[in-house]
Design a protein around this ligand. Structure first.
Ligand code: ATP
Length: 262
């Protein structure tokens, strides 16, 4: 694993026409952390992730990797340090799963490349780490959406990057696979990986995150300990819905409600 420790976005402004999609957003994450970014549809979560990955240039603000502006880093250098799991990936060719994951090894190869067997060993280890070794010889395009999601995470890990940026990694997964993936993310954070992910599920963010940030009106509205951030008030601010007490309970959010019954 490469040793990048912290990715920081500061004062990010991103305009589209006359609209400020992002209006001074500041967000950071480090190795060992799982930071969940919550926001309503169209709030600008994907845009902020893509800016933090250097895929889109902000109109204002800066993104730094361990204090170095990412604009100063080569794309390959960046790919060795930060891996991206985008939303819904469609492979154009029917590669085997082990081949798709091996594609992630590309940024780690030196001028003469590394041996094929070293890469094969690394791929096997990553598949085992994510408990999907049984998919290795399946055709990627024949997998379910959830299985593909896990393969995309494996490909990101194959980059050897220590910071992982994931856009709605839980979407399309059934409940069992969601829980398994959340556990895998926790294992990865315990191994020192830093994870920034977007999600539309405050309950899942609460289950796995070390920190939760909310994006409202182009800014980070709150950023802190999960149980401090996920409150009925935050849900109201984020999504414009007021949860009834039994709904709060059903969502597993009860622990975040203060004793005075707020
Ligand atoms: N390249 C672009 N051109 C025009 N508008 C854009 C562009 N990129 C993003 N936007 C707009 O910026 C806003 C934020 O989009 P973004 O995909 O970042 O939101 P999101 O929070 O990830 O949404 P969702 O939860 O629905 O995936 C949207 O209104 C979108 O239409």
């Amino acid at each position: 694993m490469n040793s990048a420790r912290q990715l920081t976005a500061e004062g990010i402004v991103f305009r589209r026409g006359r609209r400020r999609v992002l209006d001074g957003a500041t967000l950071a994450f480090s190795g060992g952390e799982i930071v969940s970014l919550l926001g309503s549809n169209g709030a600008g979560k994907t845009t902020l992730l893509r800016i933090m990955l250097g895929l889109v240039a902000p109109d204002e603000g800066s993104v730094k990797l361990d204090g170095v502006p990412i604009a100063h880093l080569r794309r390959r250098e960046l790919a060795r340090r930060i891996a991206y799991v985008p939303q819904g990936h469609h492979a154009p060719f029917p590669y085997l799963v082990r081949e798709v994951v091996a594609l992630g090894r590309f940024p780690t190869q030196g001028f003469f490349g590394r041996t094929v067997s070293a890469d094969a060993t690394a791929v096997e280890a990553i598949l085992a780490n994510l408990r999907i070794a049984h998919l290795a010889d399946r055709t990627y395009t024949h997998l379910s959406g959830g299985e593909r999601q896990l393969v995309m995470i494996a490909r990101a890990l194959a980059q050897d990057a220590s910071l992982l940026v994931m856009d709605e990694p839980l979407s399309g997964l059934d409940y069992g696979h969601q829980i398994e993936l959340l556990r895998s993310l926790r294992d990865l954070a315990a191994q020192g990986f830093g994870i920034l992910m977007t999600t539309h599920h405050p309950d899942q963010a609460l289950m796995v995150s070390t920190r939760i940030a909310t994006l409202i009106d182009g800014r980070i509205d709150s950023d802190g300990a999960p149980r401090d951030v996920i409150t009925p008030e935050t849900i109201q601010r984020l999504y414009g819905v007021t949860l009834a007490p039994d709904e709060i309970h059903a969502q597993g959010l009860l622990a975040s409600v203060s004793p005075n019954g707020k």
